[in-house]
Design a protein around this ligand. Structure first.
Ligand code: ATP
Length: 327
């Protein structure tokens, strides 16, 4: 393979705190290896539209602490078509860009894999999503910050819940995965957690709440992932309040605040490590992998494996919620 000289970097799918730290690391590592770095603005759609700019080291100064992504992110329906991807490949060729680093989630990597298959462009992925639902890394960039944001918000809600003896159903992000919900529940001492991976047993939940929650004397918190199958926090709260009209129930949906904010130190370090690891992998002739960290070691996972394999919640952590709410 000809030596890689020009590396493009883009952010795709949902944004996540720490993406900027990853962009910075990719740009600086590329320069370190004597390559040029190019920022692609607006994800795959920006690539198709040719929105590309050379990035120098100073262009990524003072961004490590910023949430969002300086390259912007987008969802592109055009890139889902072979014609769209052919146009994307042409744009890369016009700019003499020999390789790409894609920072995003499994949808972004599915698209990347097709671009590699159809146009033989080396691409390395960096897991950037608050959901943590990618196989091949213990933690995705943005997950730690999102959990910290959710925990801070739940702590505040707990104060008011306890002042009024209320039972709160708090919805956190996670359409398909309960990682944020589970960690937040443990860190806030919640009464229960409901996640998309496990069918909600309302009878069991009610029994659990009855044991822990006395509407005349106590408060309670149940963390519900967005993708919970009874309809999220509103759906579950409705059913519980029908069964227990005596409960003082409130719902709070934390929403997009979980995506924003300054990345945690953990996410900044992770993003820095993975940004450099991605460029290292390209220098090593890798062309269809995601970089991740498993048990503190950098690992390469083929895109097809990370896309097809489900990561799964840690059963030990699920058990922990039950043990720690025992009375
Ligand atoms: P997040 O997990 O944060 O939502 P994601 O990378 O999974 O991130 P998606 O919206 O699923 O986010 O995908 C981002 C982009 O990747 C899409 O807008 C589309 O351009 C491209 N993409 C996703 N799936 C495919 C596919 N099957 N074929 C081609 N391109 C795809």
């Amino acid at each position: 393979m000809a030596k890689i000289k020009r590396i493009g970097v883009l952010t795709s799918g949902g944004d996540a705190p720490g993406m900027n730290a990853a962009i910075r690391a990719v740009v600086r590592a590329a320069i370190h290896y004597g390559c040029e770095a190019y920022g692609v603005y607006g994800g795959y759609q920006g690539l198709i539209n040719g929105e590309i700019k050379k990035l120098k080291s100073k262009d990524v100064s003072n961004i490590i602490q910023r949430g969002g992504t300086i390259l912007k992110s987008a969802r592109s329906t055009e890139f889902r078509t072979p014609e769209g991807r052919t146009r994307a490949a042409q744009v890369l060729a016009e700019h003499n860009i020999d390789a790409l680093v894609v920072i995003g989630g499994d949808g972004s990597f599915t698209g990347a894999r097709l671009l590699i298959q159809e146009h033989n462009i080396p691409i390395v992925g960096i897991p950037g999503t608050i959901d943590n639902d990618l196989f091949g890394t213990d933690s995705t960039i943005g997950y730690d910050t999102a959990v910290n944001t959710a925990v801070e918000a739940v702590d505040k809600i707990k104060d008011t819940a306890s002042a009024h003896n209320r039972l709160f159903f708090i919805e956190v992000m996670g359409r398909d995965a309960g990682f944020i919900a589970l960690r937040t529940a443990i860190a806030t001492g919640a009464e229960a957690v409901l996640v998309p991976e496990i069918e909600t047993d309302l009878t069991d939940l009610e029994r659990f709440i009855e044991k822990d929650y006395d509407p005349t004397r106590s408060s309670g918190i149940v963390i519900v992932a967005e993708g919970e199958k009874e309809g999220g926090a509103y759906g579950v709260a409705k059913k519980v309040s029908e069964a227990h009209p005596e409960y003082d129930i409130r719902v709070s949906v934390l929403g997009h605040m979980q995506r924003g904010g300054s990345p945690s130190a953990f996410d900044r370090v992770l993003a820095s490590q993975l940004g450099v690891a991605a460029v290292d992998a390209l220098m090593d002739d890798q062309k269809s992998i995601m970089v991740g960290i498993v048990n503190k070691v950098i690992v390469h996972t083929p895109f097809n494996k990370t896309i097809k394999t489900s990561k799964g919640l840690n059963p030990e952590l699920l058990k922990l919620v039950r043990v720690l709410t025992s009375r």
